[in-house]
Ligand binder design. Structure first.
Ligand code: ITT
Length: 196
């Protein structure tokens, strides 16, 4: 059976591990390329992901994907959104909890924009999961803002879930599954196939 191989451009090992597990049943294997994503200042994750993917393609000339994700907090009018990476590095999830101190509306959504480039294909897939920002961090699994995000309908944060549980409900799981089924439906596979 033919296996598809894609490069995932990311420095984030956790993101790579989650994505690999999501794509396993679809026989798509990922290889992490820890290049710095060239991130433009833009208000949409889609634009950021597509720009970074095009730049990476110029360097690598191989089928690849870029996942740009962000946490959008309703009471902060969508902040940090596309600035999530910078906010995480500077004030961390503790900073988000501080900003929401005494704020009743805890609603927030996590979103992933996934850009696929495999000429002549260029395609975007979006996954979103909404829930609440907890009052204190809970759990030690996952990464990033996972300890403070509890998806709707669950009583655990992402950080209290196993990777498989998180993938089943997460923004990333949704975006990657959309891509996998789109590739399968179109029967258009990236050109660097490997036998498996
Ligand atoms: P790359 O740019 O190298 O892919 P990154 O971690 O900066 O790595 P993003 O820009 O997509 O990736 O992520 C923005 C921030 O949101 C960053 O601080 C992540 O840790 C965090 N983040 C992304 N996905 C997350 C998830 O599933 N759960 C918790 N935090 C997440």
């Amino acid at each position: 059976m033919v296996k598809t191989k894609l490069f995932l451009i990311t420095k984030n090992k956790n993101k790579y591990q989650e994505a690999s597990l999501i794509l396993k049943p679809y026989r798509i294997s990922l290889e992490q390329k820890p290049l710095s994503k060239e991130e433009i200042q833009a208000e949409s994750l889609e634009k950021i992901a597509l720009h970074a993917a095009r730049k990476a393609y110029v360097l690598l000339r191989r089928p690849l994907i870029v996942d740009d994700s962000g946490l959008f907090v309703e009471a902060l009018r969508g902040f940090p959104g596309p600035y999530s990476s910078y906010v995480y590095k500077t004030i961390g999830y503790e900073g988000i909890l501080d900003l929401l101190d005494d704020v009743e509306n805890r609603r927030a959504c996590f979103k992933t924009a996934l850009a696929l480039i495999s000429p002549p294909l260029e395609k975007l897939f979006v996954g979103e999961t909404c829930g609440v920002i907890t009052r204190k961090p809970m759990g030690s699994g996952g990464f990033g803002f996972d300890p403070i995000f509890m998806p709707e309908g669950y009583s655990k944060t992402y950080a209290q879930m196993t990777t498989t549980e998180k993938n089943a409900v997460s923004h990333r799981g949704k975006a990657f599954r959309l891509m996998a089924s789109w590739l399968a439906r179109r029967r258009v596979y990236p050109s660097n196939r490997i036998r498996g």
